[in-house]
Write a protein that binds this ligand. Structure first.
Ligand SMILES: [Zn+2]
Length: 255
């Protein structure tokens, strides 16, 4: 990923700068334009207009598509940004061949939008998001895995990491019934019983990622874990996370 570069235009013409950015969302605006929200490493979240991109054959049409990862050139004038050029790194087009993978990817961009802010550097979040999209683009068979990995990374980057070690209350190894403490982001045992009940498969799926262990939980455990992470991230961010809700609704497993 190249560093964003800055170049000042002539006096009065505003600034122009380049940055690798991931398109988080784009909404129709005016006759032929879109207003996009993009995630950059150095400037955090940026809102920018893409002019004329809804016209057939528009040169920058690709740059307003979901999940577009590109080097964007932004022009700034009076505090507003317009995308003037874009050079595609990856469009992750195979994600759209599967509805669950699509909503997993939409959950990734939704979460990026929830925990990033204008002017707040977020290079690590951008890297994690692009890695998740790469994994979803390469294989659509189990989208809950890259999604769970990303949600755990995102929670940690946002300042509320999840842990799945021994019980923080009594220090014992957790077996049998488990509880998840939303405030602490930690599982604990049936004796300490802080928080909401959680299944063994949920705990094992999260533990597998956090310890990079070789445990191979059932697919169900990963989906249950994504459900727990949705509740956890909503608890901390107060965001409703509709794309993540849709991903869980589409889940082939009745959980
Ligand atoms: Zn305990």
């Amino acid at each position: 990923m190249s560093r964003a570069s800055l170049s000042a235009g002539a006096a009065g013409e505003g600034m122009e700068f380049k940055a690798d950015a991931l398109l988080l969302r784009a909404v129709d605006y005016g006759e032929n334009d879109k207003m996009a929200t993009l995630l950059t490493a150095e400037r955090g979240k940026i809102g920018a207009a893409l002019k004329g991109v809804r016209k057939a054959g528009a040169k920058l049409r690709f740059a307003a598509q979901p999940f577009c990862f590109a080097e964007y050139v932004f022009a700034e004038r009076g505090g507003r940004f317009t995308v003037t050029q874009a050079s595609l790194h990856d469009g992750f087009y195979d994600i759209r061949t599967d509805l669950a993978a699509y909503y997993a990817a939409a959950s990734v961009t939704e979460m990026c939008g929830t925990i990033s802010f204008e002017g707040m550097p977020c290079g690590a979040l951008l890297v994690c998001a692009v890695e998740a999209l790469e994994a979803l683009d390469a294989d659509q068979s189990a989208p809950e895995r890259p999604l769970l990995k990303f949600l755990l990374e995102a929670a940690a980057l946002a300042g509320y990491p999840v842990s799945a070690g021994d019980c923080p209350g009594c220090g014992k190894k957790i077996a049998g019934r488990r509880f998840f403490d939303m405030t602490a982001g930690a599982f604990n045992c049936a004796d300490c019983a802080q928080g909401v009940p959680a299944s063994a498969s949920t705990y094992e799926a999260i533990r597998a990622f956090l310890t990079k262990g070789e445990l191979p939980p059932e697919r169900e455990g990963y989906i249950r874990a994504v459900r727990l992470l949705k509740a956890y991230l909503t608890y901390h961010t107060e965001a409703e996370l509709p794309a993540l809700g849709e991903f869980l609704r589409l889940s082939p497993l009745k959980i």
